[in-house]
Design a protein around this ligand. Structure first.
Ligand code: FE2
Ligand code: FE2
Length: 279
């Protein structure tokens, strides 16, 4: 009831996402349906950019984001291996699952660390990341529909929120792991997927992965930029701090080969990650 009263008199578009950026973030995180997450993300992005939402507020995010009833979430070791023609849909489905989690990861970062006194440019960047993740999810969902499939048709793996939980206590740790380990890993593996799809004459899917790849370079760059900014503010050396945080919060070694060209384009030099490679 309080919620209703609070939003009375606001234009209808603000009634679902609230009047602060953390309200909007939590609205996305607590929406279970992917299409609703995408819609709310687009609305929140537009409102933030137009300064219809100009304050952060202090609403804390849930421990885990809401998820639709399907797909079934399985432990990574229980995921079925697919062969033949089902492989392509399985790939798009797995990527859609990653992008859906990425929408929530961006909003979780915004809401969880809103009291860190970061400049507006920090929130501009993460709102941009959230909106691009929503676009990536939407492109993959549309492509799956063209192939007669939908998100939820296959099981998906349940390990993706672990990095968020593991780093919920510290923005620097979150930046070290999510953009600079996980999204950077995406840059390593995506070119081979694009080549496979092109070889299978699926130019439409290949083109979507190319859009994702190009924008993910920007996400790694954003992670790197703010990691550096916070290290400077805390008087820390970025390289040794990053390596220490990865050793503490990421299980296992980093997996080569690395896509050095893309990582360089994101301003992420190999002196950071090469020493942690599992050779
Ligand atoms: Fe993405
Ligand atoms: Fe991303």
């Amino acid at each position: 009831m309080l919620r209703q009263a609070q939003y009375e008199g606001l234009p209808p578009s603000l009634s679902t996402i609230g009047s602060n950026l953390t309200d909007a973030a939590v609205a996305v995180l607590t929406a279970a349906e992917p299409a609703e997450k995408v819609r709310l993300t687009q609305e929140a992005t537009a409102a933030w950019r137009a300064e219809a939402i100009a304050t952060l507020g202090r609403v804390q995010p849930p421990d885990r984001p809401a998820r639709p009833a399907r797909p079934d979430l399985l432990a990574p070791r229980d995921m079925p291996k697919r062969k033949g023609s089902g492989r392509r849909v399985a790939l798009l489905h797995a990527l859609a699952h990653i992008e859906l989690n990425a929408i929530d990861l961006a909003w979780d970062l915004v809401a969880r660390f809103a009291d860190e006194e970061m400049p507006r440019a920090f929130f501009d960047d993460w709102v941009r990341v959230a909106s691009e993740e929503a676009k990536h999810y939407g492109l993959l969902a549309k492509r799956m529909a063209e192939l007669g499939a939908a998100y939820g048709d296959l099981p998906a793996h349940d390990g993706l929120w672990q990095a968020a939980t593991e780093t919920a206590h510290d923005l620097l740790a979150r930046l070290a792991i999510v953009p600079l380990v996980l999204e950077a890993r995406g840059l390593d593996v995506t070119p081979a997927m694009i080549a496979d799809l092109a070889r299978a004459d699926d130019e439409a899917s290949a083109a979507i992965l190319q859009v994702i790849y190009d924008e993910e370079i920007g996400h790694v760059a954003i992670g790197r930029r703010w990691f550096e900014t916070i290290c400077a503010a805390r008087g820390l050396d970025p390289q040794t701090s990053w390596q220490g945080l990865v050793r503490r919060h990421f299980k296992g070694m980093l997996k080569p080969p690395f896509n050095e060209a893309a990582r360089d384009a994101a301003g992420f030099p190999s002196a950071f990650y090469a020493p942690l490679a599992n050779r």
